[in-house]
Design a binder for this molecule. Structure first.
Ligand code: EPZ
Length: 427
């Protein structure tokens, strides 16, 4: 096990380049199951979750080459597997993204139900409803969603909630269905649009992705393609907060500013200066931070994946902010750890009232989930003294070389092995 050690208090300065988006790479990798032919992906981030998806797809018979860092060659021409095991799915909920492609390509799928995770129960009932509307017969057996479909037929599917991976699963399955489908109340996240662009390069006929109404006209088969993964909007937002929380002046290069309007607006409201030029965003914070209220929502509202990071910023802002989490039922796991650094936060249901304090103090902390661990690192960068964040495998799931990028911005941060646990001798 590894941990990250931070000596806080250094205003970050300089430039860093954003990596490819985890939540675009994972569905596009899963979509390779639909193809006869080779999919060549570039700008693929080096993440634990990407490695997990490689293992899962290989297990299903996809031949995957990694010719150089950031590139993947996936060929599912000979793939025949249809079972995604619990061991893999429980480590990464995004494994559920193979469900739609397996049903569409092979007419059958057995995918372990993902089970809950730190941030919530995370059911897949809407995924299953949509696939049944397309003609799949689905039963739940021994914790697996077992699906059969001799043929998939186009249908009109209205989602109860604009689930991101649910929209993706249904879109992938419908791309090989007979006839046309419409997804109403679809997720509008940019990653959905990216997946549709990749599928259309494979020969799919998808229109309206990125809006809440997507039309898919089924085709006979799909072929390989080449695709560059878009930059990660959540990594971008995380580094913008790093510049603001340390009172620094940094430039985030190679990003898509248009994907972060809600976050940029809140950072400006909080007192940061932000300058946007093409694919670069510069953020500078010279004066005091002001407390601002935030309510997460589906895109283009303030991203739930940025809530923990923004809360870290609000812990040292003047005044009180109310942070409301509307997407997941248990996404305040970072609060307990922030309190140990001297933050003043009161959680009432899905609201957290954050009263700004002068200064946080470094402390030994434990990561619980991907974005919570990012929030603890951000707090450590601003805190006085030393902060250690253990169980850092959580952060490696979604951030590529985070400590290296922060070192390049002047942060006093290192990764090291967890010291041996000193067992308490019971007498
Ligand atoms: C995607 O998860 C992202 N993951 C999450 O990012 C992100 O937080 C989330 O979308 C919301 O933006 C990937 O893209 C791999 P949802 P997803 O289905 O699709 C309920 C990260 O940090 N729901 O939109 O699993 C569900 O319980 C991760 O990178 C149902 O009730 O999220 C939740 O409350 C964390 N039934 C809400 O919808 C369903 O069938 C949002 O879930 C599906 C979802």
């Amino acid at each position: 096990m590894e941990r990250i050690v931070i000596q806080g208090g250094t205003p970050l300065q300089g430039k860093i380049r954003i990596s490819g988006a985890k939540n675009a790479a994972l569905p596009i990798m899963a979509a390779s199951l639909l193809c006869h032919g080779r999919c060549s992906l570039s700008n693929v981030p080096a993440l634990r979750d990407v490695n997990t998806m490689v293992v899962l797809l290989r297990d299903l018979g996809v031949v995957i080459g990694q010719p150089e860092p950031g590139r993947l060659e996936l060929d599912a021409s000979e793939a025949r597997g249809h079972r995604a095991s619990y061991d893999l799915v429980r480590t990464m909920r995004a494994s559920v993204l193979v469900l739609g492609p397996l049903i569409a390509r092979f007419g059958r799928a057995e995918v372990s139900l993902p089970g809950g995770c730190a941030i919530g129960a995370r059911p897949i009932n809407i995924h299953l409803m949509g696939l049944e509307k397309l003609g799949a017969t689905i039963s739940i057996e021994n914790g697996y969603a077992c699906a059969e479909a001799s043929v998939l037929k186009g249908a009109k599917i209205t989602l109860d909630f604009p689930t991101v991976t649910g929209t993706m699963n249904i879109m992938m399955a419908a791309s090989l269905a007979k006839g046309s489908s419409v997804i109403e109340n679809a997720a509008c996240e940019p990653e959905v649009g990216e997946l549709a662009s990749a599928l259309n390069l494979m020969g799919a006929r998808i229109y309206g992705a990125g809006s809440d109404r997507i039309e898919i006209h089924g085709v006979e088969s799909l072929s390989g393609m080449s695709y560059e993964i878009m930059p990660d909007r959540i990594e971008t937002g995380t580094f913008l907060v790093a510049g603001a929380i340390t009172g620094g002046d940094i430039t985030v290069q190679g990003c898509r500013p248009e994907h972060l309007d809600a976050v940029i607006n809140k950072l400006r409201e909080a007192g940061a200066e932000i300058f946007i030029r093409d694919h670069d965003i510069r953020i500078r914070r010279l004066g005091e931070l002001h407390a601002v209220d935030v309510k997460t929502g589906v895109y283009p509202a303030f991203a739930t994946d940025m809530q923990a990071q923004f809360m870290a910023l609000m812990t040292i802002a003047r005044g009180s902010s109310v942070i409301t989490e509307t997407v997941f039922e248990n996404r305040f796991m970072h609060v307990a750890e922030l309190l140990r650094m001297g933050a003043d936060i009161l959680v009432e249901g899905n609201n957290a009232v954050v009263r700004g304090v002068e200064q946080l103090s470094g402390a030994p902390l434990m990561a619980t989930d991907l974005r919570a661990s990012a929030s603890l690192i951000l707090a450590g960068l601003a805190a006085q003294g030393e902060t250690t964040v253990s169980r850092i495998y959580h952060i490696d799931r979604g951030y590529e070389k985070i400590e290296k990028k922060l070192q390049d911005l002047g942060a006093k941060i290192r990764r090291e092995k967890e010291p041996e646990k000193n067992t308490v001798q019971t007498v």
